[in-house]
Design a protein. Structure first.
Length: 92
């Protein structure tokens, strides 16, 4: 094997050793971001209020474009109705 080829292979190997852990870290961070919210089923989400308690009055609710539009939740994944309710409800 020629000396130039051996150095080139070693450089490629070392570059891979630096790049692979960085990519693994990025993929793990992306997976964690997706998994940070609970599913609607896990939180017993329903599209109707529970008495006077509804998502619109919860501190975790992020309102949509209008008062009747679906918004989002800091805890529950997916579109959330302002008239919905789940077990994470915490009054504002």
């Amino acid at each position: 094997m020629a000396i130039g080829t051996e150095q080139s292979t070693r450089r490629a190997f070392l570059a891979g050793m630096v790049t692979l852990p960085a990519l693994a870290g990025l993929l793990t961070a992306a997976a964690s971001a997706d998994a940070s919210k609970a599913s609607k089923a896990a939180m017993h989400y329903q599209d109707t209020p529970n008495g006077n308690s509804s998502c619109a009055g919860c501190k975790y609710f992020v309102a949509g474009q209008s008062a009747s539009a679906s918004g989002s939740c800091q805890i529950v994944d997916g579109a959330i109705s302002p008239t919905g309710y789940c077990m994470a409800f915490t009054a504002k």
